[in-house]
Design a protein around this ligand. Structure first.
Ligand code: ZN
Length: 499
């Protein structure tokens, strides 16, 4: 074998694998956007077939041989190829240790779980979803043990979403946030609350749809490469850098919900749309980790979307979409309403200050489910107790409690810390960007392209070339420091609430 032959073989299999993942991704996207509710069975069979092919492509002995050969000759490879083989072998080590039947069975399980979760949430029926949570967590735990038998399974899980993250690091990070956020929230709660009653009106879905298209345009999303559809739970998926799909959920009684979810998913989409051309079709294309991904979405949603210049910019247009509802309301009132901070039930609609407390609840629960200190059947009770402890509120139903997120149904166990990490990364990234880009002015003038360009140059174009912490350090010129985020929150909420 020569390096050239090994590379050619490696690439041909990657191409097949990419096509299979594309097909599987479209099936999932169809399931949540367009397929009839009772259609999981037939789709499950197709998914089973495709998963088998993916597993076989991934575990092709000749592929591993080629990758090992390339790894042994890495000095002869370009930086990109070297990194690609490194990441491929890392992923391959995880998947190749899982027996094929278990791998395929898990895909089938997730397809069913998604449908059951939908119904369970709609009917507020935790008991019907509980067996799926148990199966999904047990499967992940088993896979983690196959992969790294000497490591705590939840550490394996965290590392899958955010390379290098461990419970020890996550505990320290959450502790640093808690120490700042809890006293700040206490001060906020002692002040008179922001009046946002003008939002308690009907905002028709049709007008909200047009508003979403406008928002996507403002943040520089190319609509010929990214579409927006509606799902129960907003998300982003991408098949390649020219085909990104984002979704939202319209609530006629809550116009801000979709507004901020469109901007959030738009941040994910921008990241994917601007991944480096030369990485396309490789394991390095798209975002490097969920933490960095969430840093981009949370940065757009909050640091930009919930800023005064942004609300000032879009408010006149918003009044055109909702002329009766917003008659006599000012941009300042909208800005304050968008930043009203109070303990609430739903994570995706939480304000910036309380948001990370929602994440901490989920992190502790996942940790407990992994180490056996929490049983699945006790989840509703534990969830409600933790909401009382962290946010001081009573959870009236599982629908607004433990059933609210789709992550566990989708097998995304260990994902939640990414949201809090992402929020903190985003604050540090924007602080760095502000050294050379007048962010507030770009936003005020409605010209967000310099922001897009900066993020493309410093983050997006690199795809998976660097591990998350290395990428952040290269971008910011300093190691990760959560105090950028807590300082940002303190400045912002001190000003808004006159603390
Ligand atoms: Zn997100």
């Amino acid at each position: 074998m020569t390096v050239q032959e090994a590379l050619e073989y490696y690439r041909s299999i990657q191409k097949n694998r990419h096509a299979l993942n594309h097909a599987l991704g479209v099936l999932y996207y169809d399931a949540v956007t367009a397929a009839p509710s009772d259609s999981a069975e037939g789709r499950g069979e197709t998914m089973e077939y495709l998963s088998n092919l993916i597993y076989e492509a991934e575990n092709d002995p000749k592929l591993k041989e080629a990758a090992d050969y390339l790894s042994a000759h890495k000095d002869e490879l370009s930086a990109r190829d070297r990194r690609e083989i490194e990441v491929f072998l890392r992923n391959n080590e995880y998947i190749s240790k899982i027996p094929q039947e278990e791998y395929v069975a898990y895909t089938v399980l997730l397809n069913k779980a998604e449908a059951v979760w939908h119904k369970a949430k709609a009917e507020n029926d935790f008991a019907s979803f509980a067996p799926y949570i148990r199966d999904i967590f047990e499967t992940n735990k088993r896979f983690a043990q196959y992969y790294k038998p000497d490591m705590a399974p939840y550490d394996v899980q965290l590392d899958l979403f955010e390379k290098g993250l461990t419970m020890e690091k996550a505990d320290a990070f959450f502790e640093a946030l808690r120490a700042k956020i809890v006293p700040l929230l206490k001060k906020v709660m002692a002040k008179p609350q922001i009046d946002d009653r003008f939002l308690e009106q009907n905002f028709p879905t049709e007008a909200q749809r047009r508003f979403s298209d406008y928002l996507m345009e403002v943040i520089t999303i190319d609509p010929t490469h990214c579409t927006l559809r509606e799902t129960e739970h907003p998300f982003t998926t991408g098949f390649n850098k020219k085909d990104i799909r984002i979704t939202t959920h319209y609530h006629e009684d809550n116009v801000l919900s979709s507004m901020f979810s469109v901007i959030h998913e738009g941040g994910h989409a921008l990241y994917e749309l601007h991944s480096g051309d030369e990485l396309e079709g490789t394991v390095l294309s798209g975002g490097v980790s969920m933490g960095i991904h969430e840093s981009q979405s949370r940065l757009y949603e909050n640091i930009i979307g919930r800023s005064r210049p942004f609300v000032d910019l879009i408010f006149p247009k918003m009044q055109e979409f909702f002329p009766e509802q917003l008659a006599g309301i000012t941009a300042e009132q909208m800005y304050l309403a968008a930043n009203k901070s109070e303990p609430s039930l739903i994570r995706t609609e939480a304000d910036e200050l309380t948001y990370c407390l929602h994440v901490m609840v989920r992190y502790e629960i996942e940790k407990g489910l992994f180490d056996g200190t929490i049983e699945v059947d006790d989840l509703p009770r534990v969830w409600n107790e933790k909401y009382k402890e962290y946010l001081g509120i009573d959870v009236p139903s599982d629908r607004e409690g433990v059933l609210q997120d789709s992550h566990w149904a989708g097998g995304n166990v260990g994902y939640f810390p990414s949201y809090a990490l992402g929020s903190a990364y985003g604050a540090q990234i924007v602080a760095k960007m502000k050294e050379t880009v007048d962010v507030d002015r770009c936003v005020a003038e409605g010209k967000l392209q310099p922001i897009t360009d900066w993020l493309e140059e410093h983050i997006w174009t690199f795809g998976g070339m660097y591990d998350p912490m290395d990428l952040l350090e290269r971008c910011c010129g300093a190691p990760f420091d959560p105090s950028y985020f807590t300082d940002y929150l303190e400045r912002k909420f001190t000003e808004i609430y006159k603390l």
